[in-house]
Design a protein around this ligand. Structure first.
Ligand SMILES: [Zn+2]
Length: 71
């Protein structure tokens, strides 16, 4: 009977470990999202857009695919 309690305790421990890990991952994703709200200027036309929406090529930011292809 004690064996089962240990097994249940281990399962609960693993369960809590994964449950606890999940919010950490979400906060990391939120941090990445916050970073993506940073405004960057298009290197071709100078239009500002958020990093999340910008097109990135060779570490340069472009506002649109047209600017990215045209450079
Ligand atoms: Zn542009």
């Amino acid at each position: 009977m004690l064996k089962w309690l240990v097994v249940i305790a281990v399962i609960a421990g693993v369960y809590y470990f994964f449950i606890k890990k999940k919010p950490l991952k979400t906060s990391a994703e939120n941090a990445a999202k916050e970073q993506s709200d940073e405004m960057v200027a298009c290197v071709v036309c100078g239009t500002y857009c958020s990093v999340g929406d910008a097109f990135i090529k060779e570490r340069r930011y472009y506002c649109s695919k047209e600017c990215m292809d045209g450079s």
